[in-house]
Design a protein around this ligand. Structure first.
Ligand SMILES: [Zn+2]
Length: 96
């Protein structure tokens, strides 16, 4: 299961999903080889919350709405701004 550290806390990915900014639909992948596209086909997700999961398609149309939480009795949710900044960094590098 993917994890990352933000402000000293480890967050574990709980859902793998995107919203398409073009057609405003969501796509969520629940498992490895579960490839799901938005309605217009501009963006897609695959891999569920597995280690090789991925976001596919047009970065200018994608908003990562995956949920990441800390573990423990009172889990914190990773701020959406972190995910938005990650996609923005990918756009600047021209990668996908
Ligand atoms: Zn779409």
């Amino acid at each position: 299961m993917p994890s990352l550290v933000f402000e000293g806390r480890r967050y574990v990915q709980r859902t793998h999903a995107v919203e398409c900014l073009q057609c405003r639909t969501r796509a969520q992948s629940f498992a490895n080889r579960h490839f799901v596209t938005c309605r217009c086909g501009a963006v897609a997700v695959d891999g569920g919350i597995g280690p090789a999961n991925r976001v596919i398609g047009r970065l200018d149309c994608v908003r990562d709405i995956s949920v990441w939480k800390t573990e423990g009795p009172r889990p914190l949710t990773l701020p959406q701004a972190y995910l938005d900044a990650h996609i923005d960094a990918l756009k600047r590098r021209g990668q996908n």
